[in-house]
Design a protein around this ligand. Structure first.
Ligand code: TXA
Ligand code: MG
Length: 363
């Protein structure tokens, strides 16, 4: 397989099963030990792993993803013993977070040890660590005997992959192995918390919510897009912790937030107007909003259902697949439904929708 920018490698694709698990994991670990790159599922999204302590291996990740140099990678660890190797001066609160949320969808930023190469940490004095709640990366870290640098396994500028097919579409010919372990359970990237500052700063919102964090360690400062300070003041984008912008599809996304019935009506009005202007329109909507359209006799050029609005977990799982599917249809605009229940994963879902959108309507 061929790829641009000097990325030219044969990508092997393995579908994992109970029978071949050991064999595939041994092969993949061998490739990591030799400085290669392996994509695999985690409970959040697919990751692209390489030996996080080997600068040459880590360079291959940046090259395959076309990731801007300087954007720090996080490390996947398999046990608390790995931790002492790569981090130092770990605050007591960070251990409490590990007790509460590891293995799981929480990346904890800590002071890094000298052993972690500059390229891995993006020249920062800190490093993000996560113990994933998934058998494949845990085994891979264990068998390879090294923490894995593992960003999401997408090309920079594309949505994170929730299916092996997404990894194949972005990285075939650029990496050594893809392990297909099926769809990811959560579908959105982990929550990232910086524990090197006080109060700790939440840089990205994932399945672990602000309230859950505060129940364990007290006050935190959310700085991701759309976050609100506890006094109700919106956090400005300038304050936002994410230096590197998140995914925005090539197709313009128009998000409608607010009361459910009004959201359906507003999306209906916008759809009618865009169609009158001769635009090709895609819909990224709840089942209920789709039901509304069926009764109104409106139809778009593409429609991706995210599930019932009371089930934000399902919508989160499907979101990146929906954005990829619609973005591939050469549409002029995607109308997105922001009326999912904002509790639980709903808050992270809304954050990703806001990041993807260039126009937002509140009704
Ligand atoms: O769920 C996840 O975290 C997935 C799976 C594969 O583990 N990984 C992932 O990696 O989303 P990535 O590289 O796409 O996102 C990691 C985020 C980035 O926004 C990065 O800027 C931030 O964590 N990050 C990593 N190390 C950091 C550090 N030392 N200081 C501040 N931010 C850091
Ligand atoms: Mg990413």
């Amino acid at each position: 397989m061929k790829a641009e920018n000097g990325n030219k490698r044969e990508t092997r694709f393995f579908r994992v099963s109970e029978e071949n698990f050991d064999d595939i994991l041994d092969k993949a670990a061998e490739i990591i030990k030799r400085g290669g790159t392996v994509a695999f599922p985690t409970e959040t999204v697919y990751g692209l792993g390489a030996d996080g302590l080997d600068p040459d291996a880590v360079r291959k990740i940046f090259k395959a993803k076309e990731r801007p140099p300087g954007n720090p990678l996080s490390l996947l660890v398999h046990s608390r013993e790995d931790l002492g190797k790569v981090a130092k001066n770990v605050p007591e609160k960070a251990f409490r977070l590990m007790d509460a949320f590891w293995p799981g969808p929480l990346t904890i930023v800590l002071e890094k040890n000298g052993i972690v190469p500059e390229i891995t940490s993006g020249n920062l004095p800190s490093i993000g660590l996560r113990m994933p709640d998934h058998r494949i990366p845990l085994e891979l870290v264990k068998r390879a005997g090294t923490p894995l640098a593992a960003p999401s396994a997408n090309l920079s500028g594309k949505p994170s992959p929730s299916l092996a097919a997404h990894v194949l579409a972005d990285l075939a010919g650029r990496i050594d192995v893809i392990i297909d372990g099926g769809g990811t359970a959560i579908g959105l990237e982990s929550t990232v918390i910086d524990m090197t500052v006080e109060p700790p700063v939440v840089l990205r919102l994932g399945a672990v919510g602000i309230d859950e964090l505060e129940n364990v360690i007290g006050k935190v400062r959310p700085t991701y897009m759309g976050a609100e300070a506890k006094d109700g003041e919106a956090i400005s984008e300038k304050q936002a912790g994410q230096k590197y912008s998140h995914y925005t599809p090539d197709t313009q996304v128009v998000l409608v937030e607010g009361e459910r019935k009004k959201v359906s009506e507003k999306i209906g009005t916008l759809l009618e107007n865009y169609l009158l202007e001769g635009k090709k329109v895609g819909l990224l909507i709840s089942n209920e909003t789709a039901g509304f359209f069926a009764s109104e006799g409106l139809s778009a050029h593409g429609c991706f259902l995210l599930g019932p609005y009371e089930e934000p977990e399902e919508a989160a799982r499907k979101l990146f697949e929906g954005l990829r599917t619609l973005d591939a249809k050469s549409l002029d605009v995607i109308l997105a439904d922001g009326s999912f229940n904002p509790s639980g994963l709903g808050a992270a879902l809304l954050n990703r929708l806001r990041e993807a959108a260039s126009i937002r309507h509140a009704v």
